[in-house]
Design a protein around this ligand. Structure first.
Ligand code: NI
Length: 503
């Protein structure tokens, strides 16, 4: 405790000196000598501004303020700022200086007396070495003769510093910080062998902890893609990036709002976005991690025109790619209810379908009748498929079609996703006939229908190649099940069964 008081007294003295210098400046305002003295831990630095004449200056030094000043040096012929050093000093002692102007061999005027206490050099070059999540590491240049350091922190810009720790090395890690907050740090050097020897504060460092990472959603509507996210702690602004064709993300905007509108989009294309939150203080910018990519398909669906969802079950198989190619050529989309066990063998077809905006949904892993399975078995059938699909296309399926369309309350509850059945059953698996399959659709199709076909049979594939352009000629837009729900204003609910999605 005693040591602390002594140290603080030392600090007060230094402030007192600065005040003295200030007073000196006012008293000799008429261009007379304004002397400044500084301690740099090894020597005393004295400086003042020479007048324009080539005057003679006498530098006087004393061991007490009112004591005997003796001439330490005499200078002449200097112009501009004069700087001299006094090496004849000892740590812990105070020294008093003044400068006299000599004219015609006589002292004509003097500066006020300046006191300099030789203490340790204040730690400088303080840097934030690393900020990781909620840790701040400070480093600084070693102070000669210091045996340790005290670290002070303020949470407010008015610098109400509190001691938060000590360090024997020239670094300190503060792990008591919170995300998104601003902190100010200062460091004092101490010589423990001579407790009264401490430096003044080193420079102040401002810091903010990394803002949280935004979670981003996107939606296409009215020729624009709207990217939205929730506010993250510590963020002042957000930067929005869009993926370019070369795979790199390019900055497309910056905002303090929680959304961004991308108007530079073309229909029928995928866009991928990332958002980075950042905190800015003076010239210091601290960025969050980039958000997960948010993929948005700029759908070309006109809600005012007819639409239908073609769905293909039990694949993917050897005919899937041809259907995908036909959809692509006609700027159309469909939904593939795939079996988890088939995904690996036709991964590229799945990726091609996904790339053109088709929906990959789940038809379970092994096509077992879920009604006859235990809850655990149902979960396994669904989850295994989810993992396969995610591995293939990087996203989880949102929809499930139960094998054979069989459903009971347990199945609904355990699946936990919307269950999509159909309004037009082509019976293609039974007839295995191209024309009958086409006819089954064309005879009954209405806006909002969900058509059931199987992409593992060749006649079904042949039928699809005819149906895709023909339905379009009839004015139908070929959309995914999720798009159909969206444009027909159905919010698909977990565990509910849907047959069609009409107005
Ligand atoms: Ni099936």
């Amino acid at each position: 405790m005693k040591n602390t008081i002594m140290r603080n007294a030392g600090r007060v003295m230094v402030f007192f000196i600065i005040c003295l210098i200030g007073v000196g400046r006012i008293a000799f305002a008429q261009g007379f000598i304004s002397l400044q003295g500084e301690n740099d831990g090894e020597k005393v630095l004295l400086k003042w501004q020479a007048d324009n004449r080539s005057s003679v200056y006498q530098i006087q030094k004393s061991l007490s303020k009112e004591g005997n000043f003796t001439v330490m040096a005499t200078l002449s012929g200097q112009k501009g700022e004069i700087v001299i050093y006094d090496y004849d000093v000892k740590k812990g002692n105070s020294y008093y200086y003044k400068v006299a102007l000599v004219e015609k061999g006589r002292v004509s005027s003097e500066s006020s007396v300046v006191e300099v206490k030789l203490t340790l050099k204040a730690p400088d070059n303080i840097k934030i070495k690393s900020i990781k999540d909620t840790k701040v590491k400070l480093t600084w240049k070693k102070t000669k003769d210091a045996t340790g350091y005290e670290i002070y922190r303020s949470k407010t810009p008015d610098h109400k510093f509190k001691k938060i720790g000590t360090s024997e090395k020239s670094s300190y890690t503060d792990d008591t910080v919170k995300k998104g907050k601003v902190y100010y740090y200062r460091v004092i050097a101490i010589d423990h062998k001579r407790e009264e020897l401490t430096s003044t504060y080193g420079e102040t460092v401002t810091v903010c902890i990394v803002p949280g990472t935004p979670k981003v959603n996107g939606d296409y509507s009215k020729k624009k893609i709207k990217i939205t996210w929730k506010k993250v702690s510590g963020a002042q602004m957000y930067t929005i990036y869009r993926k370019k064709s070369n795979g790199k993300f390019k900055k497309i905007g910056e905002t303090n709002k929680l959304f961004f509108l991308d108007k530079d989009v073309k229909k029928g294309k995928y866009y991928e976005y990332q958002v980075i939150a950042f905190y800015k203080k003076e010239d210091q910018i601290i960025r969050s991690d980039a958000s997960a990519s948010c993929k948005v398909f700029a759908s070309d669906v006109d809600p005012n025109k007819k639409m239908v969802a073609l769905t293909f079950d039990d694949g993917p198989g050897k005919y899937t790619q041809e259907i995908v190619d036909c959809l692509k050529a006609n700027n159309a989309r469909a939904t593939f209810f795939v079996l988890g066990c088939n995904v690996d063998s036709y991964k590229s077809s799945m990726q091609a379908a996904d790339k053109i905006g088709c929906e990959i949904a789940s038809h379970t892993y092994n096509h077992r009748n879920l009604v006859r399975l235990s809850e655990t078995e149902i979960v396994e059938e669904v989850e295994k498929t989810d993992r396969k699909i995610e591995k293939a296309i990087g996203k989880m399926p949102n929809l499930v079609r139960t094998p054979g369309g069989s459903v009971n309350d347990t199945v609904k509850e355990v699946i936990g996703k919307p269950i999509i059945l159909w309004s037009i059953d082509t019976l293609d698996w039974k007839t295995r006939n191209r024309d009958k399959t086409v006819k089954a659709v064309m005879d009954h199709v209405k806006d909002g229908d969900i058509v059931l076909m199987h992409d593992i049979h060749e006649p079904s594939k042949e039928a699809a190649l005819i149906l895709i352009p023909r339905l379009q000629r009839e004015g139908y837009q070929l959309v995914t099940v999720s798009e159909l729900a969206k444009y027909r204003n159905h919010t698909l609910k977990k565990g509910e069964v849907y047959h069609s999605l009409r107005h």
